[in-house]
Design a protein around this ligand. Structure first.
Ligand SMILES: O=C1O[C@H](COP(=O)(O)O)[C@@H](O)[C@H](O)[C@H]1O
Length: 260
């Protein structure tokens, strides 16, 4: 398990731009060493901010968009095209503007798709898609993602793993259907902590005052059942990307030596 590293940026715009630049470098490196890259997107304000910053970055064309696998950490279980679906928002922010290979874009199922409103069947299907994409050198039934991004909710939720709900307690399955989420919509699909922890790098994004308490709790030794963000770690690296407002309640001992 990698120890969390923190980078604190002045504000959320700078944080989004710096995270986008960091992602471009990671993806280009993976593509040059392995031929392709594998990235897991997050929904939410900070995740979409990063995608919009990436869309606006001239260096985005350094990425070979045809050789990147895009997955999602969670999805709001709503009809295809619903404006509240994470995939709809990601398409608007970035994906529609770059030449991705549609076969490599792995959206989570919609509630009017092949599984209808059966969110557990939808979760099982996504787990099967991940398993099919993993190969023997991977450490489980998911591919080894290069970067898995997670927005941190004000209640410390990540993906759609909410404090104390069954999803965050899952130790076997890689994807679960979520019922009764406290944040609308109540029905969701989510990667589990074991799937998240298979990633090489996990980046947690937290910008804004409403994330300050969550960041402080998750980084001060809370348990993952009470604070799911505390359980999100990458195999090689766990990186918290914050702005000054979100970092404002962190104990001084956690502050990085330099902030940007
Ligand atoms: O509902 C969700 O919320 C979290 C956090 O979103 P934010 O707007 O508070 O940053 C997000 O990471 C997750 O993907 C999404 O489904």
């Amino acid at each position: 398990m990698s120890t969390p590293q923190l980078v604190v940026h002045h504000d959320k715009e700078l944080m989004a731009q710096a995270a986008a630049a960091r992602l471009i470098t990671k993806v280009v490196d993976a593509q040059s060493s392995r031929g392709y890259a594998s990235v897991v997107l997050t929904g939410g304000r900070n995740g979409n901010g990063l995608l919009a910053a990436l869309a606006a970055a001239p260096a985005r064309d350094a990425i070979d968009w045809g050789r990147i696998d895009i997955w999602w950490g969670d999805e709001r279980f709503l009809p295809e095209g619903d404006p509240d679906r994470n995939v709809t928002q990601a398409r608007e922010a970035l994906l529609d503007a770059v030449p991705l290979d549609p076969k490599r874009v792995h959206a989570m199922p919609a509630s009017d798709g092949p599984y209808g409103t059966d969110v557990d069947a939808a979760a099982e299907a996504y787990a099967a898609e991940l398993a099919e994409a993993s190969d023997p050198e991977n450490h489980g039934a998911v591919p080894t993602f290069d970067v898995l991004m997670l927005g941190v909710g004000p209640d410390t939720h990540v993906a759609s793993l909410f404090p104390e709900l069954p999803g965050v307690r899952e130790t076997e399955r890689t994807v679960v259907g979520v019922h009764g989420a406290p944040k609308p919509p109540p029905t969701r699909v989510s990667l589990t902590l074991p799937a998240i922890r298979a990633a090489r790098e996990v980046w947690l994004l937290a910008a804004g005052e409403d994330k300050a308490q969550a960041a402080a709790i998750a980084l001060s030794g809370a348990g993952e059942i009470q604070a799911p963000a505390a359980g999100a770690h990458g195999r090689q690296r766990t990186l918290w990307l914050l702005d000054a407002a979100a970092a404002s309640q962190l104990p001084r001992s956690l502050y990085p030596p330099a902030s940007a």
